[in-house]
Design a protein around this ligand. Structure first.
Ligand code: C5P
Length: 314
């Protein structure tokens, strides 16, 4: 019997995020390109203590505020283990520990990534050998971003984001990731987008050809020009302090500035870690002038792998 499994799992960003009109099921059709970046949570799974009848969840924050992460069976990671148990017809009682470095409710899919890690980790802990395609189908039931978090790399997302196909991407990209001290609810940001659109029907979303061409060529300037996010106006409407940051990002030497997913984390495309540090200093100055509180920025590289088992202790 395996005693412990550790899984490392990345944050995701959206290089473009096209959002269509709301569907009858309440979700929005998406055309997006995801990239996994080098900010990682770790999920540690152990068999539950003898006599325990529930999945337990504990959480610790490594530089991030985890106050709002549910420490009970409703946590998406616990739901992932339960869903896998239903799939294989057996109760999988585990204790889960989430060591979080991905900002919570930041538009970086931290919760989705923990769920992807929990699926993979529980499969390894109980030696279930579930085929990858079945794990991906379970991931899609858990949330729109969860299948991508299993895969990682750079990939196109369609449907409500859960249909993932990999795309050609050359080279590596450096991002200055600027977390916001307070999170935003994804559902609230989509609702705000609907309110701002006020019944004006949005066109079916498409991934811009220019973005795919830039990725194929490893062209950072082309990528910077092609970055886009339909959710940005909604995130800025709910968090107006993002506006001066984004403006400063497009005025300083960054190749592009972007709201990450549903926000409020912002992203600045840079040439190197040193360049990212310079951009960070420029943004800190703008934040200071505007009286904004910035959480410490993180320099991240993409693309990186998806959720991955890093240790198995027997
Ligand atoms: O799929 P997930 O559970 O991560 O989505 C969280 C919320 O974000 C949904 O309940 C929905 O309100 C919104 N959403 C959406 N359209 C999508 C993805 C998410 O409206 N494609």
């Amino acid at each position: 019997m395996t005693a412990e499994v550790r899984v490392t799992t990345p944050a995701k960003i959206n290089l473009c995020l096209g959002v269509g009109p709301v569907r009858p099921d309440g979700y929005h059709p998406l055309a997006t390109v995801y990239q996994a970046v080098s900010m990682y949570d770790e999920v540690v799974l152990r068999p539950a203590d003898r006599g325990s009848t529930a999945i337990t969840v504990t959480v610790s924050g490594d530089g991030v505020d985890v106050t709002d992460v549910p420490c009970h069976e409703d946590n998406l990671a616990a739901r992932a283990v339960r869903l896998l148990g239903e799939h294989v017809g057996r109760e999988l009682l585990v204790s889960l520990h989430l060591r979080k470095r991905i900002p919570v409710a930041g538009g970086l899919a931290g919760g989705s990534s923990d769920a992807a890690a929990a699926l993979l980790g529980a499969d390894a802990l109980f030696e279930l050998h579930t085929p990858r395609a079945e794990l991906a189908a379970l991931a899609a039931e858990l949330g729109s971003d969860v299948p991508f978090c299993l895969t990682g790399g750079t990939a196109m997302g369609s449907g409500r984001g859960e249909q993932v196909t990999s795309v050609m991407s050359r080279g590596e990209y450096w991002w200055l990731v600027v977390p916001d001290p307070d999170g935003l609810s994804t559902a609230a940001v989509y609702a705000e987008l609907d309110r701002l659109r006020a019944g004006r029907s949005a066109r079916p979303p498409e991934v811009p050809d220019a973005l795919l061409a830039a990725l194929r060529a490893g062209d950072i300037e082309g990528l910077g020009r092609a970055l886009s996010n339909d959710l940005a106006p909604a995130a800025v409407s709910l968090r107006p302090s993002l506006a001066p940051l984004l403006r400063a990002g497009s005025e300083c030497s960054a190749h592009g500035a972007l709201v990450s997913g549903s926000g409020p984390t912002t992203l600045f495309l840079c040439e190197s870690p040193d360049h990212a540090e310079q951009v960070g200093e420029a943004l800190a100055a703008v934040a200071g002038r505007n009286g904004l509180e910035l959480a410490p920025p993180v320099v991240a590289r993409g693309p990186v792998h998806g959720a991955r088992v890093t240790a198995v202790h027997r």
